[in-house]
Design a protein around this ligand. Sequence first.
Ligand SMILES: Cc1cc2nc3c(=O)[nH]c(=O)nc-3n(C[C@H](O)[C@H](O)[C@H](O)COP(=O)(O)OP(=O)(O)OC[C@H]3O[C@@H](n4cnc5c(N)ncnc54)[C@H](O)[C@@H]3O)c2cc1C
Length: 406
Amino acid sequence: MNEHPEAKTVDFNLTEDQLMVQSLAREFASRQAATVKQCDETACFNRDLLTGMAESGLLGLSIPSRYGGTGNDYISLGLACEELEYVDTALRVVMSVHVGLNSLTLLSWGTEEQKQRWLVPQAKGEKVATYGLTEPAAGSDALGIQTVARRNGSEYVLSGEKMWISLADVADHFLVIAWTDLEKKKRRDHTGMSAFLLERGMKGMTTTTIHGKLGVRAGNTGSVSFDDVRVPAANLLGHEGEGFRIAMFAIDQGRYTVAAGSTGLIRACLDASVEYAQIRTTFGKPIAEHQLIKEMIAEMASDYEACRLLWLKAGWLKNEGKRNTRETSLAKFYGCAAAERAASNAVQVHGAYGFSSEYNVERFYRNAKGAQIYEGSREIHKLLQADYALGLRTDKPIRVTLPRPE
Ligand SMILES: Cc1cc2nc3c(=O)[nH]c(=O)nc-3n(C[C@H](O)[C@H](O)[C@H](O)COP(=O)(O)OP(=O)(O)OC[C@H]3O[C@@H](n4cnc5c(N)ncnc54)[C@H](O)[C@@H]3O)c2cc1C
């Protein structure tokens, strides 16, 4: 009777499994609150966070149990990211690179042998994984990267440098994009790029930590250098020439975790602002009774709901095995813009106290800025959304999609 295709299947009730993941992530994150606040203040990454995330099963979220994961669906992944970023962005970033950008890509593109070798230890949390596309001279312009991988017998020899890589100095496994066809590199033809699975300890590979960051100070961000690193051909992910597609596929999953996380940040700003507005008085009444304060709170509350719907839709499409590049980009674009706005207003609501680390909102503000830059900057998402709206861009079916949850 119901002719609208989505109306048959969309259900806003969370399943028992989803609620369980949500509460597990909430409890885990709240236990880390004091540690991450201190890590942010000292700009120091605490490896115990990774151990805790591994023990709680978060590092294997949405990876099928046959590969050592928990087998939860993609909405569960979003819920976990929301809860983690409610406490601190650095917690969610781990999920973005380890699960979103790396493990889900390996799950979808890897051979059985590659999954057994790299994905299983990642899903069990025994190894930590990240993703390297960005370089010192190329971020948004992915075709501008300079890292090259030259074929030499049964190996590739990688040289170049990746920059601004989350968990660079702590990860064990790296999904790295490089040019394998130098003629195509000159022509900026993306079919000349390939994806490789690298491991810490490979000769010629070194990592560093970037200091002096504005936000995500409780997280690790750094560079990875390749000085003629010999990589066995067995470490090629997908076929030669599929690197760009793999990189973009990975970003569809990473962006999703960022979108869901941004709603957690908005909710954190909302909760902090509601609490403070009720206790702080000016002109003889709580500031919560001033209309201009209410306006900021109303905007946070409505943005939270809107952003949640956007990532839920993207997560639902992922669960259905449908392409979701447009929806994921929109959820990331809108969510991160709203999170920055919410964080700025949360500082405003707190007045001078919002300007100090006594309250968490100044940290939220600094962290929210980063998400306007990574996983597709604000401008790149604007361009994408405009192109979709103008009919200049459409999502065609792709060869590889995320497997539907078990
Ligand atoms: C905390 C953090 C963590 C990160 N983690 C990772 C990671 O794990 N892996 C990884 O590969 N990368 C990572 N990055 C890098 C991130 O993805 C890049 O910073 C991002 O893609 C932007 O690239 P860029 O910094 O080189 O800026 P550029 O690409 O140089 O852009 C500079 C400015 O120009 C704008 N701009 C660029 N092109 C256009 C255009 N066509 N039209 C209009 N405006 C434009 C941009 O929006 C931006 O405002 C991380 C970055 C940060 C800050």
